[in-house]
Design a protein around this ligand. Structure first.
Ligand code: KIV
Ligand code: ZN
Length: 391
C-alpha cells in the first residue's frame, strides 16, 4: 500500500521565535529559512507580519530568498492583520495566509467577550478576506484542544466552506492526552461534511511533555500536516519537535506515513538554531541532544561495542551525527576502557587491563568524565609505554 505524505510545517521562525530571548534579526531568519529549505520542509511559517516592522521585513526577505517551500504568514482574524500578511508575502512563489481565532469557551467568553455564533462569523469573514489575496489559506481554531468537539466541527466546516485549504487544530495549551487529541481529529474526519476539501494540521504544545505524542496521534487519525519547530522551541514548554516526529515516521514505516525531510541535516539544523537563538539544546534531547547517542554505563557500553543496534534504534549518521560516543565515567566497564584505550593507541592485554581498570576507577570517582587527555596520562603512567600509533 502506498504511504501517505505528511507535510512538515516548520514554525521555528514564528512560534519558536516568540520565546523571550530567542529573537532573531532578519539576516539570521533568512539564514535559518534557507537551511529549512535545504532540510526540505514543506511550509515555513516565516513570522507574524503585523506584529512589528522587523517581522514584516523578515517575512518579505524570506519570500525573496526561499523559493521551494510554501511561505506562510500568521494573522489574527482581523482585516488589517490579514492585509499586512498579504503585503509581506507579495514576493512569495507559494504564499499562504494563516488566520484564525480562539474557539474554546475560555477564549470566546473570557478573552474575546463574544458568542459562539459571532466567532463562526469572524472565522468565515477572516478566511474569505484572506482568500481575496491568496489561494492558500490556513485556518486555526486556537485552543482547539479544549474546545468541545461538536462546536469545533461547526467552526471547521464553516472555515472550509469559506475557502480554507488547511484547517489547523492547535492544542494551544498542551492540555490533551494523545488518545483524546487523536479522537478529536477522528471526530472532525467523521463529522465535518466538507473535511475532504482541506488538509487537517496538528499544532501541539508541550506543557505536559505530550506534544510529539499528540502530533503522532493526530496523523494516525487522519491529520496530514504537522506543525513543529527545530529543537521543539516555542512558547512556554515549547512546540512539537520537528526532529522527533520526522524520525518517528522513519523508524516506524508500518505507520505508512512518510515525509520529505533530509534527515541527515537534522543535527546541523538543530545546532544552527541553537546558536542563532542562543538557547542550548538539553543534553538528553531526543535525536539531537549531546547525549542522544552517548553511552556511559558499563552494561550499555559493552552491548554497543559488540553491536551498535543492541542499545541504539537509529544510526546516528542518519540524523547527521558523526558517530555514537562511549563516555568513560565511574559507571563504565572494562570493555569500554579497553575500547577507548585502543582508540588512542594502547592495545592492552587482559593483565594490563586489570591493572589499568583499578586505577581508572579511582580516577573516575573523582571526575565526572574521564576525557581523552586523562586517559592518555593514565595509560602512559600505568602501562609504562607510549601509544603504538600517533596520539
Ligand atoms: O498555539 C497556537 O494556537 C498557535 C496558533 C496561533 C496557530 O500558535
Ligand atoms: Zn502555537
Amino acid at each position: 500500500m502506498a504511504s501517505d505524505q505528511i507535510y512538515i510545517f516548520d514554525t521555528t521562525l514564528r512560534d519558536g521565535e516568540q520565546v523571550p530571548g530567542c529573537k532573531l534579526d532578519t539576516e539570521q531568519k533568512v539564514i535559518i529559512a534557507r537551511e529549512l529549505e535545504r532540510l526540505n520542509v514543506d511550509v515555513i511559517e516565516a513570522g507574524f507580519p503585523v506584529s512589528s516592522p522587523g517581522d514584516f521585513k523578515s517575512v518579505e526577505e524570506i519570500c525573496k530568498a526561499v523559493k521551494t517551500p510554501i511561505i506562510c504568514g500568521l494573522s489574527r482574524a482581523v482585516e488589517n492583520d490579514i492585509k499586512v500578511a498579504a503585503e509581506a508575502l507579495k514576493y512569495a512563489t507559494r504564499p499562504r495566509i494563516h488566520t484564525g481565532i480562539g474557539t474554546s469557551d475560555l477564549h470566546i467568553f473570557d478573552k474575546l467577550n463574544s458568542t459562539r455564533e459571532k466567532i463562526i462569523e469572524r472565522a468565515i469573514g477572516a478566511v474569505k478576506y484572506a482568500k481575496s489575496f491568496v489561494e492558500d489559506v490556513e485556518f486555526y481554531a486556537e485552543d482547539a484542544g479544549r474546545t468541545e468537539n461538536e462546536y469545533l466541527a461547526k467552526v471547521i466546516e464553516a472555515a472550509i466552506a469559506a475557502g480554507a485549504t488547511v484547517v489547523n487544530i492547535p492544542d494551544t495549551t498542551g492540555y490533551c492526552l494523545p488518545a483524546e487529541y487523536g479522537e478529536k481529529i477522528k471526530f472532525l474526519k467523521e463529522n465535518v461534511k466538507n473535511i475532504h476539501k482541506a488538509v487537517i494540521a496538528t499544532h501541539c504544545h508541550n506543557d505536559l511533555g505530550l506534544a510529539t505524542a499528540n502530533s503522532i496521534a493526530g496523523i494516525q487519525n487522519g491529520a496530514r500536516q504537522i506543525e513543529c519547530t527545530i529543537n521543539g522551541i516555542g512558547e512556554r514548554a515549547g512546540n512539537t519537535s520537528l526532529e522527533e516526529v520526522v524520525m518517528i515516521m522513519r523508524q516506524h514505516p508500518y505507520m505508512n506515513l512518510h515525509n520529505n525531510i533530509n534527515t541527515k541535516l537534522l543535527y546541523p539544523m538543530s545546532q544552527l538554531v541553537s546558536e542563532k537563538m542562543g538557547v542550548n539544546v538539553q543534553p538528553n534531547k531526543a535525536i539531537v541532544g549531546a547525549n542522544a547517542f552517548a553511552h556511559s554505563s558499563g552494561i550499555h557500553q559493552d552491548g554497543v561495542i559488540k553491536k551498535r543496534e543492541v542499545y541504539e534504534i537509529m544510526d546516528p549518521k542518519d540524523v547527521g551525527v558523526e558517530q555514537s560516543l562511549i563516555v568513560l565515567t565511574a559507571r563504565s566497564g572494562r570493555a569500554a576502557l579497553a575500547y577507548k584505550a585502543k582508540q588512542i593507541g594502547f592495545n592492552v592485554t587482559k593483565k594490563e587491563l586489570d591493572i589499568l581498570y583499578k586505577k581508572f576507577l579511582t580516577l573516575a570517582d573523582k571526575m565526572k568524565e574521564v576525557g581523552e587527555e586523562a586517559l592518555y596520562q593514565l595509560c602512559v603512567t600505568n602501562l609504562a609505554r607510549v601509544p603504538s600509533s600517533s596520539h
